[in-house]
Design a protein around this ligand. Structure first.
Ligand code: MN
Length: 261
């Protein structure tokens, strides 16, 4: 299933009252627009509600061994974040293996398996102790990366966008509410390509926990409902080619699969 099935209109976006957007507020009339711009939603397990996506944040180098394989020193580095555009989301329905197009311009297309936390309560300068109160739900996702372009831009001290923030670079599963699934502080996270294990780690190996990520992020950006946070990938990232099937797993969540075409 493709995220395009979940496109709304500008009127729908206005009705959800997305914070910070220049649209009519709750109860106000939606503005007249010359064309509709799609909004992005993630389905919620066990509900006909959809989670409206405001921003996608991603933490970099959040597992020691992955930080080292990327050439960094995990002991000295404060957390850092980047964003993907909301329409980078490719929704992956339960039990399906949708096609995921190999993107243009790259010859080294990498998977990164990650836990994703969805924010349901606004805040800034959120203390670590109360940070998890801001989480609405969780799912799992892939931070797909054009590694060659990411590295080339990094080498030239240019922005990463082209390596990280491109079309469909964020395959993601349906959201599970915290009330149903609880929080994630440990548990297996693994990723297979064509049935062969590639990444295999535990969520308790994160350098910065989800609570610490929310606290840090909220010092730099005011968080709002609809924000989602990709919480970083373990070591052994690697390439895929057309025809490969990626399957990823996090304990307590249903597996997510895509086929590279
Ligand atoms: Mn990542």
């Amino acid at each position: 299933m493709d995220r395009r099935n979940f496109f709304g209109t500008s009127a729908a976006a206005a009705a959800t009252g997305l914070a910070g957007c220049a649209v009519a507020g709750p109860g106000g009339a939606a503005p007249r627009t010359p064309f509709a711009v799609p909004a992005t939603y993630i389905p919620v397990v066990g509900s006909d509600e959809m989670f409206p996506v405001r921003r996608i944040y991603c933490i970099g180098r959040n597992y020691r061994a992955h930080s080292i394989e990327m050439g960094s020193n995990p002991d000295r580095e404060p957390p850092f974040f980047f964003q993907k555009p909301t329409d980078a989301i490719q929704f992956v329905a339960l039990g399906t293996t949708p096609d995921h197009p190999y993107p243009p311009l790259t010859k080294n297309y990498h998977y990164e398996a990650e836990l994703v936390a969805a924010i349901g309560k606004a805040g800034r300068n959120i203390p670590v102790a109360s940070a998890l109160d801001h989480v609405w739900g969780y799912t799992l996702g892939l931070d797909m990366t054009r590694r060659d372009l990411q590295r080339a831009m990094g080498d030239e001290k240019k922005p990463w966008e082209i390596g990280k923030s491109f079309d469909r670079s964020a395959p993601i599963g349906a959201l599970h509410r915290v009330g149903q699934i609880g929080h994630f502080t440990d548990g297996a996270i693994w990723l297979k390509v064509n049935g062969q294990i590639k990444q295999n780690a535990n969520l308790n190996q994160m350098i910065w926990s989800v609570a610490e990520q929310i606290s840090n992020l909220s010092a730099a950006f005011e968080l709002f409902p609809g924000d989602i946070i990709y919480s970083g990938t373990p070591e052994n990232v690697g390439p895929v080619v057309k025809g490969d099937v990626i399957e990823m797993h996090i304990d307590k969540l249903p597996n997510l699969s895509v086929k590279i075409v």
